[in-house]
Design a protein around this ligand. Structure first.
Ligand code: DP6
Length: 323
């Protein structure tokens, strides 16, 4: 029997991943940029044993079977041959943030699983190897392996599609104030959504323009230029949602309260407050600002009609083994 426990932070994308060139390998149609979310993590223990007849999964107190377990089992099937073993595993995972809060739990979960499973299997993978492995579980999980501000280069093949850090957490003290407007489960998950992306006539234009947006966003982060950062982050989020809304079938994630938050954020910025929004595959709004403005932004967001709660997270470090 061998066991390991790992912890990984969730992340929020500033330049989004939407659509794959290869859905099985999770080779994305475009590169993406994110920051890890300090304090919002998944912690996962993997135990391999010759005596287990099947893989099992528990998330918090809840045993998971069906498609959830199959996805994890399929992922472990990538790890076992790397380590030259075929033992089944018990996977026990917990998130310290509410699921359905508009924070992709799959990113933290598969990053923690990649590290815990490979380590329990006796493998000592490099950061790039871990990121590639995590990518196979959930694309955005590739970005939760390195720390701080992270680029996932789209790559040409399985070998070169992985994420790396472009700046450590202390480079820029940004805060994500997540405005929760709904905790209901989303109707269409990301995996299905990626498969629909090519059906939008806007996706080709979005992908063709991605190198320009990636470059502007990377430069804005390196120069800590909030104004340029805000412009490109909002554009990228709006472009992804335009693709979502115009795919077949169309995916509409925004709710009336989501639009109220986005409108307020644009007004506050026009009034001189450094703040911007970005939205993933759900109705909750990630409101990003420098630490100095975080208290004031949180107060303002809480007052908006339809906002149920606000979660706060700074910039997080890399995935790591915890014992
Ligand atoms: C909108 O990584 O959750 O959050 O690879 O199918 O697990 P799978 O998808 P996932 O997609 C994330 C989509 C997004 C944008 C982003 O995080 O880049």
């Amino acid at each position: 029997m061998t066991t390991a426990t790992a912890q990984a932070f969730a992340n929020i994308a500033f330049i989004k991943y939407w659509g794959n060139r290869d859905n099985t390998l999770r080779l994305p149609s475009n590169g993406s940029i994110s920051m890890n979310l300090d304090g919002l993590f998944a912690r996962t223990t993997v135990t391999f044993s010759a005596s287990f007849g099947t893989d099992s999964l528990r998330i918090g107190p809840r045993p998971v079977t069906g498609p959830g377990l199959e996805r994890v089992s399929h992922f472990l099937d990538l790890v076992r041959p790397l380590a030259g073993m075929n033992w089944r595993a018990e996977v026990v995972s917990e998130n310290n943030f509410p699921s359905g809060a508009g924070i992709a739990s799959s990113a933290a979960a598969f990053a923690a699983l990649a590290l815990a499973a490979s380590s329990a299997a006796g493998l000592d993978l490099s950061e790039a190897e871990l990121s590639r492995l995590a990518r196979r579980g959930s694309g955005s999980a590739s970005r939760s392996i390195p720390g701080g501000f992270v680029v996932w280069q789209e790559g040409e093949t399985d070998q070169d599609s992985y994420a790396f850090s472009i700046a450590p957490p202390e480079h820029w003290d940004l805060v994500d104030c997540v405005a929760i407007v709904s905790t209901g489960h989303k109707k269409t998950g990301s995996t299905e959504g990626h498969a629909l992306a090519p059906t939008s006539p806007l996706q080709a234009a979005r992908v063709a323009d991605a190198p320009r947006r990636l470059d502007l966003c990377r430069r804005a982060i390196l120069e800590r230029d909030f104004e340029s950062f805000a412009t490109i982050v909002e554009l990228d989020s709006d472009m992804m949602h335009a693709v979502m809304m115009t795919s077949a079938p169309g995916l509409f994630y925004w709710q009336p309260a989501s639009i109220r938050v986005m409108e307020a954020v644009r007004e506050w910025r026009a009034g001189g407050l450094p703040v911007c929004y970005t939205v993933d595959a759900g109705p909750n709004i990630h409101v990003i600002c420098p630490r100095e403005q975080a208290k004031s932004v949180e107060r303002r967001v809480r007052k908006l009609t339809g906002v149920q709660d606000v979660l706060m997270a700074g910039v997080g470090g890399p995935a790591r083994i915890v014992s």
